[in-house]
Design a protein around this ligand. Structure first.
Ligand code: ZN
Length: 359
C-alpha cells in the first residue's frame, strides 16, 4: 500500500520536473536567468574556496613569524646550524679563515656529505654571499663566501654547531692592519741580492710574535709568506675592517750604487688635511720611535698621498721606510737579526702607544 503511494508521488514528481524543463526550454529568458543564477552560485563557491585558502595561508605566515620571533632552543637568531656527525670530536674541526679573499672554510674530518641531506643546514646569518659544500676521503668541507671580512664564533649543542659570522668591529676593540711591503714576483728593491720583500716579511713576522702574546689588539696581516698581494687588497683589508691603524713596512733606496744617503722616514696621507690629520700623527709616532731606537737620521714624516695604498686608505695610515738599502751600513743593520728584533719591538710599542693615545 505505502509502496504504491510512493511510486505514485514519484511519478507525479517526475512529470512535474519534465514539465518544468520543457517550460524552461521553451522560455529562453527564464533559461538565461537560471543559467546566471548557476554561474553566480559557482562564483560564490569559488570565492569561498579562495577565502578558505587565504585563511590557511594567513595562519601559515602567522606560525612562521611566531617561530622567528620566539626561537626555540634549536635556533639562535643570526646563526647557521650545522650538523656534527655522531662521535666527532669538535676540537678536530678545522677553521680556515682566508680574510683576504672573504672565504671561510670549515673542515669536518671523517664526515660524509650525506649528513647534510638528513640534517640540512638551517639559519639565516648575515654576510653570506655564497655557500659551497664538497667532500673527499678526509671529510666534509663547508665554505662560506662572505661580503666582508668576518670572524667566526661557534657554539656546540646536541650534535650541532651554531656558527655566527661576526664583523670584527663587533667583537674586537682594537684592530690593526700590518702590511709587509712587496712579495712574490714583486721583490721591491734588490741590493746585493738582498730583496726588500724578504726583509719586510722577516720584520713583520717578528712583529707578529709580539702581538700574538698580546690579546688586547687584533692584528690582521696582509701577508705572512712570500706572496704578491695586489695593492687594492692590501688597503682594502684596512678599509673593510675599519682598522684603527694601518701600517705598511718598507725599505728605502737611492741611486744605483751604494751611497751615503741614509735615515728613517714615514709617509702619511696629506689628503686628510692639515688639522687633526690622524695619518700624520700616527706616522710621527712610528717615525720618532724608530729614529730613537735605531739612532738613525730623522728624515721626518712626508706626504705620501701619491702612493696608492696611502691615498686609498680611509683609516689612519703610515708607510714607514725603515732605512736605506742603498747605504752599506744601513743595509747591514736591516739584515742583522738583533736589529730586526729591535725594529719589530719598536714598531709594536709605537702601535700600542698610538692605540693608548686614542687611535
Ligand atoms: Zn717598498
Amino acid at each position: 500500500m505505502e509502496e504504491l503511494i510512493v511510486k505514485k508521488y514519484a511519478r507525479i514528481l517526475g512529470i512535474m520536473c519534465l514539465a518544468f524543463l520543457i517550460l524552461i526550454a521553451s522560455m529562453p529568458e527564464l533559461s538565461a536567468k537560471v543559467s546566471a543564477a548557476y554561474d553566480a552560485l559557482i562564483a560564490r563557491w569559488e570565492e569561498a574556496q579562495l577565502e578558505k585558502e587565504r585563511e590557511i595561508y594567513k595562519q601559515f605566515i602567522k606560525d612562521t613569524k611566531k617561530e622567528e620571533e620566539e626561537p626555540t632552543d634549536i635556533m639562535i637568531p643570526g646563526t647557521i646550524r650545522i650538523p656534527v656527525a655522531e662521535g666527532l670530536d669538535v676540537d678536530s674541526i678545522e677553521f680556515d679563515n682566508d680574510f683576504m679573499n672573504h672565504t671561510l672554510t670549515i673542515f669536518f674530518p671523517g664526515t660524509d656529505e650525506d649528513i647534510l641531506k638528513d640534517y640540512p643546514m638551517v639559519g639565516n646569518p648575515d654576510h653570506i654571499d655564497n655557500l659551497g659544500v664538497s667532500s673527499d676521503k678526509k671529510g666534509l668541507y663547508i665554505q662560506f663566501m662572505t661580503d666582508t671580512v668576518i670572524e667566526p664564533t661557534v657554539e656546540y649543542q646536541d650534535d650541532y654547531m651554531f656558527l655566527t659570522l661576526n664583523v670584527p668591529r663587533d667583537i674586537y676593540d682594537r684592530i690593526v692592519v700590518i702590511d709587509a711591503g712587496h712579495g712574490g714576483i714583486m721583490p721591491g728593491m734588490v741590493v746585493s741580492n738582498i730583496k726588500e720583500k724578504d726583509v719586510t716579511l722577516e720584520i713583520v713576522n717578528r712583529i707578529k710574535v709580539l702581538f700574538d702574546e698580546d690579546t688586547s689588539v687584533k692584528v690582521y696581516y696582509t701577508r705572512l709568506s712570500d706572496v704578491d698581494i695586489p695593492l687594492e687588497a692590501r688597503v682594502g683589508l684596512a678599509n673593510d675592517l675599519n682598522a684603527d691603524l694601518f701600517l705598511s713596512v718598507h725599505l728605502n733606496s737611492f741611486g744605483q750604487a751604494f751611497n751615503d744617503t741614509h735615515g728613517t722616514m714615514t709617509m702619511f696621507n696629506e689628503l686628510l688635511g692639515n688639522e687633526n690629520n690622524r695619518s700624520r700623527d700616527f706616522a710621527k709616532i712610528v717615525n720618532d720611535a724608530l729614529v730613537s731606537a735605531l739612532g738613525t737620521r730623522n728624515l721626518g714624516v712626508v706626504n705620501g698621498s701619491t702612493i696608492y695604498i696611502i691615498r686609498e686608505a680611509k683609516v689612519p695610515v703610515a708607510l714607514t721606510e725603515l732605512a736605506f738599502m742603498s747605504n752599506r751600513k744601513e743595509l747591514e743593520m736591516l739584515t742583522n737579526e738583533e736589529k730586526q728584533e729591535l725594529i719589530a719591538r719598536t714598531i709594536y710599542e709605537a702601535i700600542i702607544k698610538a692605540l693608548d693615545e686614542g687611535f
